[in-house]
Write a protein that binds this ligand. Structure first.
Ligand code: ADP
Length: 498
C-alpha cells in the first residue's frame, strides 16, 4: 500500500498507524495521533524508540518485531504509560503489510475505567455480602404449571447461610430447598406466592431446628422468578419476648394466686365474723340459764344464815359451781374453735399412757355426774406417742355428750395396736334422729330431740377438726331412743407396753 492510499484511514474511529521495518512512523491517522498524545509532525519519520524510550522492552514491541519478521498477526491488550505518566488502555491489532506493520488501536481506557469501577464496587458488595452478619441468599422460584410455588433453588448464599442450613456453601448453591430443608411448609409457600404475585416484599419469622435460632426472613423479588432473602437473627429478641411473656404469665399467676389467697382470707374473716355473731346470740341465750341459776342460788345462800341450813347452802354452792363450769365450758369451746379456725392448733406429739389419760377423764366426769358410771375396757399396748391434749379434748367432748344425752351409764372401749389407736364411746341415751345425722358435725347444729338439754352445737365440729389434725377418722352409729356410739381412730407412729 503506498503512502497516499493510507488517506482512507484518516477519519476512522480506530487509530491506524503504519510502522516500517526500522520502527519508524510512516503514517498515523487522527485517532492514532490522539491515542499517541504527540503532534503528528513530531512522530512522522521518527522511530518508536526515539519517541517512547524503553518501548523495546514491551510486549507491544516484541509483537511488532515478530510481525515484521514472521508476518504474524497479533491482537493484544496494552496498557500504555505516556511520557506525562498517565495510563492508556488500548486494544491493538498488529497486521503485517507491505513495508512494515499496520497497528490498529482502539482506546479502551474509559471502558477499562468503568470495568475497574464496576469490579471495585462488585468487590465492595461482595465484601459486604460475605461479611454480613445476616444470611443472604438469592433463590430461584420453582413453580408448577399453574404458577404455584413448589420449591426454591439456591443461586447464591453468603457464608453465614452455612450456620442456618448446616451445610457448606458449595453444598447449598445449585441445590433445591426441598433437598436441604424439606418441602416448603404452607406458611412459607403462601408468603413466597404473595411476593412473586405482587412483587411486594414480605417478612416472616422462622425457627431453625438445626441451630435452634429464630430468624426474621425478609423476602424481596430480585427479578421475575428470583427472590432475595435476608435472614436476621432475632433469637435474642425472641428470648427477651419469651422471658417477658413468661414474666407476665408468672405475674398474672401471682396476681391470681394472691387474689385467691385474699379471697380465702376474706372468706375466713367473714366466716369468723359470722361465727362470732352466732356465738354472741347463742351465748346470750345459753348464758342466761346458768347466770340466773347463779344469781338465785347466791341470793338463797344469803338467806340461809343459820347453821342448820348448811345442807341447803352446800346444794346451792354446788349449783353455782356447776353453772360456772358450764359457762367456762362454753367459753373454752369457743376459744378452741377460734384457734382451730385461725389455723393456730398444731399437733404436738409426746409419749404418754393412754390408760392413765382415759382414767383421769373418767374420774373428772364421775365427780361431776356421780349418779352415772363410766365403764372402761382397754385392749393392747399402753404407751403411745401422740398429741395428748388433742386426744383428751376429743374424749372429753364425746364422753360429756354421752353423759349429757343419756343420763345413764356410759362405756369406753379403747384398743392400742402398733400403728393405730381406737376409742369407742357408747351410751344408751336419746340417740340422734336419722334425718339429723348428716348434720351433726356442722357448727351450731343441734338435733331436733335435744329438748332443753344444754349445748352449743360446737363440740362435734371441734372434735372432727381435731381428728383431722391427727389424720384420724370419726364414725358413729345411733338410733333414737336406743343410744349412740362414736368411734375415733388415730394412726400412731409408735406404741409400746409400759
Ligand atoms: P352440743 O353442744 O349441742 O352437744 P355437739 O356439737 O357436741 O353440740 O353435738 C351436736 C349435736 O349432736 C347435739 O346437739 C346432739 O343433737 C347430737 N349429739 C351429739 N352427741 C350425741 C349423743 N351422744 N347422743 C345423742 N345426740 C348427740
Amino acid at each position: 500500500m503506498s503512502k497516499g492510499n493510507y488517506k482512507i484511514f484518516d477519519n476512522m474511529m480506530e487509530g491506524i498507524q503504519v510502522i516500517d521495518h526500522e520502527f519508524r512512523y510512516v503514517y498515523l491517522n487522527k485517532a492514532a495521533v490522539r491515542h499517541g498524545k504527540y503532534p503528528l509532525e513530531s512522530l512522522l519519520g521518527f522511530t518508536m524508540m526515539e519517541k517512547y524510550p524503553g518501548i523495546e522492552n514491551t510486549k507491544l514491541f516484541t509483537c511488532i518485531q515478530s510481525s515484521l519478521a514472521c508476518q504474524d498477526t497479533f491482537t493484544l491488550h496494552n496498557t500504555f504509560e505516556f511520557p506525562d505518566g498517565s495510563l492508556g488502555y488500548f486494544m491493538l491489532r498488529i497486521e503485517p503489510i507491505e513495508g512494515g506493520v499496520l497497528i490498529m488501536s482502539i482506546d479502551v481506557t474509559e471502558q477499562r475505567k468503568t470495568e475497574a469501577a464496576l469490579k471495585r464496587s462488585e468487590e465492595k458488595y461482595r465484601l459486604i455480602f460475605e461479611g454480613m452478619m445476616e444470611a443472604f441468599t438469592v433463590q430461584e422460584i420453582i413453580t408448577d404449571d399453574d404458577g404455584k410455588v413448589t420449591d426454591l433453588l439456591y443461586l447464591e448464599a453468603n457464608a453465614v447461610t452455612e450456620n442456618i442450613l448446616g451445610r457448606r456453601i458449595d453444598e447449598i448453591i445449585g441445590k433445591k430447598r426441598s433437598e436441604i430443608m424439606g418441602p416448603l411448609d404452607t406458611e412459607a409457600a403462601a408468603i413466597l406466592q404473595k411476593v412473586i404475585d405482587t412483587s411486594q416484599p414480605a417478612k416472616m419469622e422462622r425457627f431453625v431446628k438445626g441451630n435452634k435460632r429464630w430468624y426474621e426472613v425478609s423476602i424481596y423479588q430480585l427479578r421475575p422468578g428470583q427472590i432475595v432473602t435476608l435472614n436476621l437473627d432475632i433469637t435474642a429478641r425472641k428470648e427477651a419476648e419469651d422471658k417477658l411473656q413468661k414474666l407476665n404469665l408468672e405475674l398474672e399467676e401471682r396476681v391470681k394466686e394472691r387474689t385467691g389467697e385474699l379471697r380465702v382470707s376474706l372468706e375466713r374473716e367473714k366466716h369468723l365474723n359470722n361465727l362470732k355473731s352466732r356465738f354472741v346470740s347463742m351465748a346470750s341465750h345459753e348464758f342466761r340459764t346458768p347466770l340466773s341459776a347463779i344469781l338465785s342460788s347466791a341470793s338463797l345462800i344469803e338467806q340461809y344464815a343459820s347453821s342448820h341450813d348448811q345442807e341447803k347452802r352446800e346444794k346451792h354452792v354446788a349449783r353455782i359451781k356447776k353453772s360456772v363450769k358450764n359457762l367456762t365450758g362454753i367459753l373454752s369451746e369457743f376459744l378452741s374453735l377460734d384457734k382451730l379456725e385461725r389455723g393456730l392448733t398444731q399437733r404436738n406429739n409426746e409419749l404418754f399412757c393412754i390408760l392413765g389419760l382415759i382414767r383421769e377423764i373418767i374420774e373428772d366426769f364421775e365427780d361431776e355426774a356421780p349418779h352415772q358410771r363410766v365403764r372402761f375396757k382397754h385392749q393392747g399396748l399402753t404407751q403411745i406417742f401422740l398429741d395428748k391434749t388433742i386426744v383428751r379434748n376429743v374424749l372429753i367432748n364425746l364422753v360429756s355428750n354421752a353423759i349429757k344425752y343419756s343420763e345413764k351409764d356410759v362405756q369406753i372401749i379403747s384398743k392400742l395396736e402398733q400403728d393405730e389407736l381406737s376409742i369407742t364411746v357408747i351410751d344408751n341415751g336419746i340417740g340422734i334422729p336419722q334425718e339429723n345425722q348428716h348434720n351433726i358435725f356442722t357448727q351450731f347444729f343441734r338435733a331436733n330431740n335435744v329438748n332443753g338439754i344444754e349445748g352449743t352445737g360446737l363440740g362435734l365440729n371441734i372434735v372432727k377438726r381435731y381428728v383431722d389434725i391427727l389424720n384420724g377418722k370419726i364414725q358413729f352409729t345411733s338410733k333414737t331412743g336406743h343410744g349412740t356410739s362414736f368411734k375415733v381412730t388415730f394412726p400412731v407412729a409408735y406404741a409400746l407396753n409400759q
